[in-house]
Design a binder for this molecule. Sequence first.
Ligand code: 13P
Length: 255
Amino acid sequence: MRRPLIAGNWKMNLNRSESMGLAQGIVQGNCPGGVEVVLCPTFVYLDAVSGVLDGTSVKLGGQDAYHESNGAFTGAISMVMLADLGCDYVILGHSERRHKMNETNAMINAKLKVALATGITPILCIGELLEEREAGQTQAVVESQIDGSLASLNAEHVAQIVIAYEPVWAIGTGKTATPEQAQDVHDDLRKLLASRYNATSAAAVRILYGGSVKPSNAAELLSQPDIDGALVGGASLQTDSFLEIIAASTAEAAS
Ligand code: 13P
C-alpha cells in the first residue's frame, strides 16, 4: 500500500514571513495522517520553515542540492546541509533545472546517490517537452531519463525513491495532462521499473503527478491507480488551495 504524498514546490517564490505564514497555515490545517505532506521552500528560508514544522507531521524538502558534501563549491548547498536543517526530501532533476540550468541525467544521478547515502529521499522529476509528446516520444524520453538518472542503482535503492512525472508542457501553463494521459505514463513507468529492477520495488515506488495540479482537478488525477500523489507548484503557494489538494488525496486514500 503506497501512502499518498502531496509536496509543495514553492520554487523561487515568497519572502521569509510569507514562507513562515504559509507553513503555519498548512500546519493549522490539520493535515490528515493518511497523507504525507512535504513543503519545499527556497534554500534561504528552509531554517525558518523548519522551525514552524518542528514537532508536526508536515515534512520539509529542499528544491535541489549539490552532489559534493562540502568544499570549494561557491554557492552550492549540500545534502548534508539539507539534512542538518531537517529536510527529509529533496527534489532532483526538476524540468526547470534540466532545461533552464542545463542539468544532465548524469548530474542528477550523482545527486541522487548522495541523497540516498545521506538518508534524504529524492523526488526524481522526469517529463517530456510538448514537441516530444507531439512526436510520440513521451515513453522514450521518460525511459531515458529514468535510465540515466538511476544509473548503477539497485532495486533496493529504487524502492526508496519517489518519482514525479511532470510533463513540461503542463508546468505553470494551466494545461494539465488528462487523468488518462497521466495514468498511462505512470503505468508505463511502473512496468519499466519492474523490468529494470523487480516487481517488489516497482510496486513500492510512489509516482507523483505534477503540472498545473489544482483543487479542481486533483481528485480526478489522484483517483488513478498509479498516481500516488502530487508535486504542486502554483497551487501550493496558497494555504487554501494546497489544503484542498491534500483533502482530495485523503478522499482517494479512504475510498
Ligand atoms: P505548477 O503546479 O505551477 O504547474 O508547477 C508544477 C511543478 O513544476 C511542480 O514541481
